[in-house]
Design a protein around this ligand. Structure first.
Ligand code: AMP
Ligand code: DBH
Length: 582
C-alpha cells in the first residue's frame, strides 16, 4: 500500500519508505508466492483430477507438437501458428534468463491486445518468471504500487500506444524503483530501453526445458479490482488456473475450431481465462485480438476471421446491440456472446439472442478465483435472470448474514467461497488478508448474492464501497486517499451512482479546506490525472459540500457516510447541486 503518495515527483521518497516498511518476501522461495491450500485439500484436488500437474510452458509445447501448423494468434498483420508461438516463447524465456533474470522473479506485463502479450507471458511461464498483469489504463500510481508490492525486477510495455508513452512511464518507474533493472519494449521504438526483438535474438537457439516452473508454483500475479485501497496482488498457480481453463473450455463447448475474438483488455481475468484467450489456446483454437471492444472494429474482425465467440462487459454489449440493428455486417459465424464483469439487466439480456443471433452466456467471476457460468443449454429464464453456477463441484459457496451465519435458502447475503482455484491469500498484504478471509479460508467476495434452488447465483449488489464502472472496479478508499492529499481538500467521500450506460459512475463529495474558495472540479480532476492515476478512476462527478452530516462520529465509519451521501444523491434525483461538475 502507498498510504501517502504525495506529489507526483514526491513519489520516489514515499515508495522507498513504503518499501522499507513492507515485509519483503523471502526470495529463497520466490516460486511459491501463494498461501498454500491445506494438505488434505491438495490431495483431494489432485485425486479428483482437478490438478493434473500441468504447467503453461509444457501446455504450449504440447499444443505445438499436436497442432503446430494451426494458427494460434492473430493480431493486426500478424498470424502466428502454435509452432511459431512456441518458438518465440522459448526464445523470450532464454533471452530473459540470459539477461540475468532468475526463476521466481516478477515481471510487470503492461501490454495492450497485441500478439506479443501471448508470446511474452508464455516466455515468462517457460522461464519460471512470474508475470504481474497490469491493465493498459494503469498509470504510474498503479504500476509503482505493483513494482513495490510485487518487488518486480522487470517491466514489459509497448513503447507509445493509444496516445500514451509507456516507455516514458518506464523511465520514471526505474528512477523510483532502482531494483527494477530491466525494461523491455515489445512494440515500437524502444528508446533507451531494450527491444523485445533483441531479447528474442539473444535467446534464439538456446535449449531450455519446456517449463522451469512446477505445476504447484505460483504462475502469475493478477491485479484485483479492489474494494479497499490500491489493487491487491492475486497469486494463481499453474495447476489451479489450468483447471479453470480446462473446465471453462468444456463448459463453453470449445474445440480446435473455436475462434475467440478477444475484445476486452487481455490482462483482465475474464478475457484471459473464462475461457478467454488462454482457454481457447488450451482447446487448440484461434485467438483474434481486437485493439478495442468497439463494434466498428470488432464486427469487421468477426466477419474476416469467422469468430465463433467473444466476451463483453455490459456497456460494450449495448454498443454491439445498437450497431447490429443497423445491419450490414456478417456476424453469421458467431455462436456465443459471454457477458460479465458487471450485472447485466434482464431487459438487455433478453435482446441478445434475437439481435445478434447467438446464445447468451452470463459469466460472474473474479480474478481471485470463483467463476460461474450459465450453461449453453440452460433454459431462457435461467440465462436471462441468473449469473450462472460455479465451475467446480468443489466450489464451496456460503451465503451469510452480517455475523457470518448462513441465510435461509434463496435469501440474499454475503457470498463467501473457497475451492480448488480460489486464492487463500493475497500476496504480501497481511492487513487485507485479515479482512478478506475467514478463519476457515473462505474468501469474502464482497458480493451480495442469492442462490436459486438449482444452485445458480443471482448478483444483487456489492457490500463493499466500490464502484463498478463498466466492469472496471474502483475502490472508493483509494480515490479518497488521492483527494485527501490535495492541499485544498479537507475531506472527501466517493460513492457510486447508477448510470444508464456505464452501470455505475463515481461521484466524489468534497469538503474544501477553505469553503469560500474551493478548488474547481476540473482542477481536482486534472491534478488526479497528473498524479498518474488511471483515467477511469478520476471521479466522473465532483460535488462540493460544506460538511458531512455528523462528520465527527461518522469519520470513523466512512461506510455509513458513503451510504448516507449516496442515498442523498439518489433522493435528489441525481441533480448535481451547486458547484457540481458533470
Ligand atoms: P475483480 O475484482 O476485478 O476481479 O472483479 C470481480 C467482481 O466483479 C465480482 O466480485 C463482482 O462484484 C463483479 N462481477 C463480475 N462479474 C459479474 C456479473 N456477471 N454480474 C455482476 N457482477 C459481476
Ligand atoms: O469481473 C471479473 O473479474 C470477471 C468477470 C467474469 C472475471 O474475473 C471472470 C469472469 O473470470
Amino acid at each position: 500500500m502507498l498510504p501517502a503518495i504525495g506529489r507526483p515527483w514526491g513519489v520516489t521518497a514515499s515508495l522507498r519508505t513504503t518499501l522499507a516498511a513492507i515485509d519483503l518476501p523471502d526470495m529463497t522461495d520466490a516460486t511459491h508466492l501463494h498461501q498454500p491450500w491445506p494438505e488434505g485439500l491438495v490431495r483431494h484436488y489432485v485425486a479428483a483430477g482437478y490438478w493434473r500437474g500441468e504447467t503453461f510452458g509444457e501446455l504450449l509445447h504440447e499444443r505445438a507438437e499436436t497442432c503446430g501448423g494451426r494458427i494460434a494468434v492473430v493480431g493486426g498483420a500478424t498470424r502466428w501458428s502454435y509452432a511459431e508461438l512456441d518458438r518465440r516463447a522459448s526464445d523470450i524465456a532464454a533471452g530473459l534468463l540470459a539477461r540475468g533474470l532468475r526463476r521466481g522473479d516478477r515481471v510487470i506485463v503492461h501490454l495492450p491486445n497485441i500478439p506479443a502479450f501471448v508470446s511474452v507471458v508464455f516466455g515468462l511461464f517457460r522461464a519460471g518468471l512470474i508475470p504481474v498483469y497490469a491493465l493498459p489504463a494503469h498509470r504510474i500510481a498503479e504500476i509503482g504500487h505493483f513494482a513495490v508490492t510485487g518487488h518486480a525486477r522487470a517491466y514489459v510495455c509497448a513503447g507509445q500506444y493509444g496516445g500514451f508513452d509507456y516507455g516514458g512511464l518506464a523511465t520514471t518507474l526505474q528512477a523510483r524503483c532502482p531494483w527494477l533493472e530491466h525494461v523491455v519494449v515489445a512494440q515500437g521504438d524502444p528508446g533507451q530501453h531494450t527491444a523485445l526483438t533483441e531479447i528474442e535474438r539473444a535467446g534464439a537457439g538456446i535449449d531450455l526445458p519446456w517449463s522451469a516452473a512446477a505445476a504447484q508454483d505460483t504462475a502469475f500475479l493478477q491485479a484485483s479490482g479492489g474494494t479497499t485501497g490500491l489493487p491487491k496482488l492475486i497469486p494463481r498457480t499453474h495447476d489451479d488456473y489450468i483447471y479453470t481453463l480446462r473446465e471453462s473450455a468444456r463448459i463453453c463447448g470449445l474445440t480446435a475450431d473455436s475462434v475467440f475474438l478477444c475484445a476486452l483488455p487481455m490482462a483482465h481475468n475474464f478475457p484471459m481465462s473464462s475461457p478467454g484467450f488462454l482457454g481457447t489456446l488450451y482447446a487448440g483454437g484461434r485467438v483474434v485480438l481486437s485493439p478495442s471492444p468497439s463494434p466498428d472494429v470488432c464486427f469487421q474482425l468477426i466477419a474476416q476471421e469467422r469468430a465463433t465467440f467473444s466476451s463483453l462487459v455490459p456497456p460494450a454489449l449495448l454498443l454491439w446491440l445498437e450497431a447490429a440493428r443497423h445491419g450490414g455486417h456478417d456476424l453469421s459465424s458467431l455462436r456465443v456472446i459471454q457477458v460479465g464483469g458487471a450485472k447485466l439487466i434482464p431487459e438487455v439480456a433478453r435482446r441478445v439472442g434475437p439481435v445478434l443471433r447467438v446464445t447468451l452466456q452470463q459469466v460472474f467471476g473474479m480474478a481471485e478465483g470463483l467463476v460461474n457460468y450459465t450453461r449453453l443449454d440452460d433454459d431462457e429464464d435461467t440465462i436471462i435472470h441468473t449469473q450462472g453456477r460455479p465451475i467446480s463441484p468443489d466450489d464451496d459457496i456460503l451465503i451469510v448474514d452480517e455475523h457470518d451465519h448462513p441465510v435461509a435458502p434463496g435469501q440474499p447475503g454475503h457470498l463467501l467461497t473457497r475451492g480448488p482455484y480460489t486464492l487463500r491469500g493475497y500476496y504480501n498484504d497481511p492487513a487485507a488478508n485479515a479482512r478478506a478471509f475467514t478463519r476457515d479460508g473462505h474468501y469474502r467476495t464482497g458480493d451480495i448474492v442469492r442462490q436459486t434452488a438449482e444452485g445458480y447465483l443471482v448478483v444483487e449488489g456489492r457490500a463493499g464501497d466500490h464502484i463498478n464502472r463498466a466492469g472496471e472496479k474502483i475502490s472508493a478508499e483509494e480515490i479518497e486517499d488521492h483527494l485527501l492529499a490535495h492541499p485544498r481538500v479537507f475531506d472527501a467521500a466517493v460513492v457510486s451512482v447508477p448510470d444508464a450506460y456505464l452501470g455505475e459512475r463515481s461521484c466524489a463529495f468534497v469538503i474544501a479546506s477553505d469553503s469560500e474558495h474551493p478548488p474547481r472540479a476540473v482542477e481536482l480532476k486534472r491534478w488526479m490525472r497528473e498524479r498518474g492515476l488511471a483515467a477511469f478512476k478520476v471521479p466522473d462527478q465532483i460535488i462540493f459540500t460544506p460538511s458531512f452530516a455528523a462528520t465527527a462520529a461518522l469519520k470513523t465509519n466512512r461506510r455509513a457516510l458513503r451510504a448516507q451521501l449516496r442515498a442523498q444523491l439518489l433522493q435528489d434525483g441525481q441533480t448535481p447541486s451547486p458547484g457540481a461538475s458533470p
